[in-house]
Ligand binder design. Structure first.
Ligand SMILES: Cc1cc2nc3c(=O)[nH]c(=O)nc-3n(C[C@H](O)[C@H](O)[C@H](O)COP(=O)(O)OP(=O)(O)OC[C@H]3O[C@@H](n4cnc5c(N)ncnc54)[C@H](O)[C@@H]3O)c2cc1C
Ligand code: FES
Length: 296
């Protein structure tokens, strides 16, 4: 792990000589849909070593929450990383409001284990919502190393389909929307079933909401197709110390930040994960309400 925290330490020390230059610069912020933004952040050491499947933990400023975000892309020459953020609560809403030139106190990473990528055969990459940003680096690297990639990309409406052009540039793409406003109407699992009925598939990779990943696992398990999911439990430190991200996999407690975030889907206890994700719902709602009132 490379930790880019020197600037942050200087900020917290209040070193006046670094005023205005501490932290990680936001190079650009593009709105991809109503609540999803793509931020390019200067973080050269993370950009130099990160691999598909890995993430960063960002902390906007003093007292802010630590937010795990997948590294969707990077440019080692420019020294930048890309994160795609869906504003679902206070911290993510604060992050998507940043403008070019603004700074983030901490960007720590790359964290987590790189994806387990097959180097031949056929992979289906299934993404739901902002899970597209998690699946994109995996699918792209799979295509680069010679695996045939079929991407099934799901969203609520045409407006919230993410990264379709990017996926289409290297993979066969099936888009599904809940309302049929883009691609075919229906769930990603419907499209996945059709792909699996006609193609020989070696591995399925999936990222998205927990019920979606659980449903994908339920489709592939009876067919005996290896399936890898990227889990999104609550994370705090990202180093295996706090236990916040614990998940049960094959009956064993694992920490998603250091043992994952990818796991064999057929072994994951999704019911427990969904339950743990709901633990802080009330305080999250309170924080969101406060931010809305504060910004009204
Ligand atoms: C490895 C990993 C990679 C992720 N990658 C992305 C990404 O690329 N883009 C993206 O938009 N989101 C990503 N997430 C989810 C993102 O971290 C949460 O949406 C964010 O933390 C919500 O914070 P909030 O304060 O805005 O919302 P809150 O109101 O605090 O929470 C909203 C929901 O977000 C989840 N959540 C809250 N706090 C955390 C936390 N510390 N860790 C994980 N989940 C939390 C819970 O499900 C919660 O119900 C990822 C999560 C993990 C674990
Ligand atoms: S986030 Fe603390 S142990 Fe994983």
């Amino acid at each position: 792990m490379t930790t880019e925290s020197e600037h942050a330490a200087m900020t917290e020390d209040g070193d006046p000589s670094v005023a205005g230059t501490a932290g990680y610069e936001v190079i650009s912020n593009a709105k991809l849909s109503a609540d999803v933004h793509r931020l390019v952040i200067r973080a050269p050491r993370v950009a130099a070593v990160r691999q598909p499947g890995q993430f960063v933990i960002v902390r906007l400023g003093p007292g802010a929450e630590r937010i795990p975000l997948t590294i969707a892309d990077s440019d080692a020459e420019q020294g930048s990383i890309v994160v795609v953020i869906q504003a679902v609560g206070k911290s993510t809403s604060d992050l998507v409001r940043l403008a070019a030139g603004d700074r983030i106190d901490d960007v720590v990473g790359p964290l987590g284990r790189p994806s387990d990528l097959i180097t031949s055969g056929t992979a289906v990459c299934v993404a739901g919502g902002v899970g597209a940003a998690v699946i994109y680096p995996i699918a792209r690297r799979l295509a680069e190393i010679g695996t045939e990639v079929i991407t099934v990309l799901g969203a609520r409406t045409s407006e919230s389909v993410l990264y379709a052009e990017e996926f289409a540039s290297f993979a066969e793409l099936v888009v599904c929307t809940d309302d049929g406003s883009a691609g075919r109407a229906g769930l990603v699992t419907d499209a996945l079933r059709e792909v699996l009925a006609t193609r020989s598939v070696d591995v399925v990779y999936a990222a998205g909401p927990v019920p979606m990943m659980s449903a994908v696992a339920a489709v592939t398990k009876p067919l005996g197709i290896r399936t890898i999911v990227s889990l999104n439990p609550i994370m705090v430190d990202g180093t295996g110390m706090c236990g916040g991200c614990r998940v049960t996999v094959d009956g064993v407690m694992r920490f998603a930040c250091v043992d994952g975030p990818e796991f064999e889907a057929h072994d994951v206890d999704f019911a427990e994960l969904a339950d743990r994700l709901g633990t802080y719902r009330e305080s999250e709602l309170t924080a969101s309400t406060h931010v809305c009132r504060g910004s009204a």
